[in-house]
Ligand binder design. Structure first.
Ligand SMILES: [Zn+2]
Length: 382
């Protein structure tokens, strides 16, 4: 039986090693850190990915699907990575090297290292179901905690959106709404409750969010979005806007402002049993005015305050909007850009319509005719 030392010597004879300087000259190589998580968190090579030795066989194809791509494995001093290199060679990787001297030598030579941020143990527990999804993981959760989402409206659509954004750990949520919570809201606006009847909706929502997740900073704007305040509010820096407005003037204002501020908008609307969702991402797909250049005449627009709606419908549509907002914040998946998703609760049917950018769009087209905010009036009493 060989001793550990003898085994290590034998393995090192069978694999290729590279020193810190040589490793930097390897073109297109992927650096894989095979140490334990706590070692990785104390610092690692720039651009490296972490796959601990124990998970190497099962996870390597996920991070390096191409077996011809050069792979540099490293650990603390170059022993664990030597064994790891042998394993990858056996798995058919053709270009595997082990970093001689490991992270210790790399650092000693003065090469750049990354000291990554990481989640506290409390946050690891709270967001554990996100951490378990490879597409999100710790990096994605840190992105969410750094992200800023602006909600237009704390009503039917804004209710589920504010709750799920807060639960997901979106770091800052802005809420714009001038209304007061009343009894007719409680049939669907689940962020509010009997306790907050008569309170401003922004305060009611803030209270619910604070009780749900103290990691979230809530900025409240108890005002109706107008041409006067839209720049001030959008200038505070938002990654995504979730539009839960129930009226045309606000919808057009949000659209024009988002194009000029270059902020993606997750649009949602509901009426009786039907809802729709899409994503307007400036420069990458249509805007609202590409679809509807001008608002309908006031007498044809459904009256917002009187529009009936199945109570759960905003829950469904607002949740879909939140899903899109979270994807945009983390940078994963295929958002609903250029796709209008329609839902009919009576037949339980989803359908999708392709929507195109309009080169003649008055706002995002080649020759825009609208270059200032328009305050449309007369659609709704509120
Ligand atoms: Zn447009």
């Amino acid at each position: 039986m060989p001793t550990y030392r003898e085994l290590l010597q034998r393995v090192k004879g069978e694999i290729a090693e590279v020193d810190a300087r040589g490793a930097q000259d390897l073109d297109g190589a992927i650096f894989v850190d095979v140490r334990e998580r706590d070692e990785w968190e104390e610092g690692h090579l720039p651009g490296a990915v972490h796959v601990s030795r124990g998970n190497l066989e099962s996870r390597i194809e996920g991070v390096a699907p191409d077996r011809e791509q050069p792979v540099v494995l490293y650990c603390a001093v170059g022993a664990r990575s030597a064994f790891a290199a042998k394993t990858l060679t056996e798995l058919g990787y053709e270009n595997v090297t082990s970093l001689a001297g490991g992270f210790t030598d790399w650092k000693r030579n003065g090469y750049e290292v990354v000291l990554p941020r990481s989640l506290s143990p409390e946050k690891r527990t709270r967001y554990s179901r996100h951490l378990l999804i490879p597409e999100i993981g710790e990096a994605g959760q840190l992105k969410l905690l750094d992200s800023r989402v602006l909600l237009i409206g704390a009503g039917g659509l804004g209710s589920p959106a504010s709750l799920y954004l807060a639960a997901a750990g979106v770091g800052r949520i802005g809420i714009v709404d001038a209304d007061i919570v009343d009894e007719t809201n409680l049939q669907r606006q689940i962020v509010h409750s009997l306790d907050t009847l008569g309170s401003p909706k922004v305060d009611s929502a803030q209270r619910t969010i604070a009780a749900l997740n103290p990691d979230v900073e809530v900025r409240t704007y108890r005002e109706r979005l107008t041409s006067e305040n839209v720049d001030r509010i959008l200038d505070e820096g938002w990654d995504v806007i979730v539009d839960g407005a129930d009226n045309f003037p606000t919808r057009y204002l949000v659209n024009d402002a988002s194009v000029w501020h270059d902020i993606p908008v997750v649009h949602g609307s509901i009426y009786r049993f039907e809802g729709q969702v899409t994503v307007f991402k400036p420069g990458d797909g249509p805007c609202y005015r590409c679809l509807f250049p001008e608002p309908p005449p006031a007498e044809l627009a459904p009256s917002c305050a009187e529009g009936g709606v199945l109570g759960v419908l905003p829950g469904i549509i607002g949740s879909l909007q939140t899903s899109e907002a979270l994807k945009l914040a983390v940078g994963i998946g295929d958002p609903l850009i250029g796709r209008l998703l329609l839902f009919d609760a009576l037949t339980t049917e989803f359908s999708e319509v392709r929507v195109q950018r309009n080169p003649d769009c008055p706002v995002c087209g080649e020759d825009p005719t609208i270059t200032e905010y328009v305050d449309y009036v007369g659609f709704c009493a509120r």
